[in-house]
Design a protein around this ligand. Structure first.
Ligand SMILES: [Fe+2]
Ligand SMILES: [Fe+2]
Length: 180
């Protein structure tokens, strides 16, 4: 921990660490719900998303540690874990991704305002990632809405169109402790 005064960017990034851990817990809860509903492809998809969100948090932790800024691991609130139907958790996930996109855009804007181009550059990978995640979740929501009465079609779609784990991305920022 340093005595350096922390910037607004660092404060906002600390808050974003909490948002990413919250997203990770929420996706774990969604995955468990899908597991309970006997939808293994959906469950696998959300378990993998939960790990990705954790990695996002740990990339931000590493950035703060490397910048000699305070990196605090936050407590978080319990995620939503009961859902009326299979559409509800995917709809919630899409809202979450859209919210995170706005949060990352705000981070990028603050870094630029502060003339902190290194931090601005750090946000670029996340901006690109959010475009992908919003698109994937938005496509999945359409499929789930269309096939809510026949969940096996959702399972087929995921098995066919969405890999449950992605290839390692060499352009991704390093995560504290290494990516899992
Ligand atoms: Fe994320
Ligand atoms: Fe995400």
């Amino acid at each position: 921990m340093s005595d350096l005064p922390s910037s607004t960017f660092h404060d906002l990034l600390s808050r974003q660490i909490r948002n990413e851990f919250t997203a990770s817990q929420q996706y774990t809860a969604v995955a468990v719900y899908c597991d309970d509903e006997d939808l293994p492809q959906m469950a696998a998809h959300f378990y993998a998303q939960a790990l990705e969100e954790r990695n996002h948090a740990m990339m931000m932790v590493k950035y703060l540690v490397d910048a000699d800024a305070e990196a605090t691991i936050p407590g978080i609130e319990a995620p939503e874990s009961r859902f009326a139907d299979i559409v509800a958790p995917v709809s919630l996930a899409l809202e979450q991704e859209k919210r995170v996109s706005d949060q990352i855009a705000a981070l990028a804007a603050v870094a630029r305002e502060e003339g902190d181009y290194q931090s601005e550059q750090f946000t670029h990978w996340f901006l690109k990632e959010q475009i992908e995640e919003v698109a994937t979740m938005s496509d999945l929501l359409k499929v789930v809405e269309r096939s809510a009465d026949d969940p096996m079609r959702i399972e087929d779609y995921l098995a066919r169109e969405v890999p449950s784990s992605r290839e390692p991305d060499p352009t991704a920022p390093a995560a504290a402790g290494g990516a899992v």
